[in-house]
Design a protein around this ligand. Structure first.
Ligand SMILES: [Zn+2]
Ligand SMILES: [Zn+2]
Ligand SMILES: [Zn+2]
Length: 207
């Protein structure tokens, strides 16, 4: 009978890569072992306590290790053993059958990607240039106040959507969009010389 292998996976908090390896059940049960990341800066640790095993897993979220004790029965036989961070609920490591571990790791990587994007969004300001955006919106209000915004389809109803470095005017009737750039002082100068803003309009609606 071929020896049972266990797949083990975690994400290295230092370099961010998914580390997946396999160990035989015998290797895991035989004594203390580690699963290092190829970058050498983090590792998963297994410390055998007889019928139980203490697993030390680095946590991406807390930037420190979490320790969990699990029964050797689960460690060596459960189809998927998942350890997670008590603070964030994010998985810290998965041990089990190959397919199950790969699927769990994919989900974890997706969750981590999302987390990183959220962090970037928090770090950057709401706008590329706050001053330019404020002035562009002010100018837009002036133009709108004198009835200078309309759509080529004939509608004067529109919605305003403020983005990171631009403002979109969307026609309420045909859905066409005019994008005003609000990234640099030049964009503001361009807007200031305009009396009217014409949303291009959708061809289909003019037919
Ligand atoms: Zn690493
Ligand atoms: Zn944690
Ligand atoms: Zn329109």
């Amino acid at each position: 009978m071929p020896e049972e292998t266990r797949t083990i996976g975690y994400i290295c908090p230092v370099c961010g890569q998914a580390v997946i390896a396999s160990r035989t059940a015998f290797q895991l049960a035989a004594g203390d072992s580690t699963l290092p990341c190829p970058c050498g800066k983090s590792e998963l640790g297994f410390h055998q306590l007889g019928d139980r095993c203490e697993v030390t897993a680095p946590c991406l979220f807390c930037a420190k290790d979490h320790r969990a004790v699990c029964g050797n029965d689960a460690l060596l036989r459960k189809s998927l053993l998942a350890l997670s961070c008590p603070a964030s609920g994010l998985g810290t490591c998965y041990i089990g059958e190959e397919g199950q571990v790969f699927r769990a790791m994919e989900k974890l990587e997706a969750a981590v990607d999302k987390l990183r994007l959220d962090e970037q969004a928090d770090q950057r300001g709401a706008f590329l240039d706050e001053t330019v955006m404020a002035e562009v919106l002010g100018e837009l209000k002036d133009i709108a106040a004198r009835g200078g915004v309309r759509c080529a389809c004939g509608s004067a109803d529109y919605g305003v959507k403020v983005g990171y470095s631009s403002v979109d005017l969307t026609c309420a009737r045909c859905g066409a969009t005019l994008r005003l750039s609000a990234a640099t002082p030049d964009d503001l100068d361009d807007l200031c010389v305009r009396d009217t803003l014409i949303i291009p309009g959708r061809k289909e609606s003019t037919l």
